[in-house]
Design a protein around this ligand. Sequence first.
Ligand code: SF4
Ligand code: F3S
Length: 106
Amino acid sequence: TYVVTQNCILCKYTDCVEVCPVDCFYEGENFLVIHPDECIDCGLCEPECPAEAIYLDDEIPEDQQIFIDLNAQLAERWPNISERKAPMPDAENKKGELGKLAFLIK
Ligand code: SF4
Ligand code: F3S
């Protein structure tokens, strides 16, 4: 399955949502996740993310492994998002910033 990682936090560009054929993205206040049981591994979303936040689970960097569980958990209780919307206001400044997990609103 594909997984959204730290780079999405505080950015939320939502370009990924637009290309997903099965609408398996779920939205929190400052982060998006992929439902692991719904993702069909098409890979379309990965190159669309301007923040390079999306990885195949086998290829997630060592320090981002926690996001596998976070996507699975949060997708169960966040609402579905199926249409693209404006990025977060500070997205360009926060893009690629490290340590954003501390700011994740669950
Ligand atoms: Fe959707 Fe395909 Fe991305 Fe999975 S890999 S979240 S099915 S666009
Ligand atoms: Fe997040 Fe990238 Fe999608 S920033 S909302 S994973 S396009």
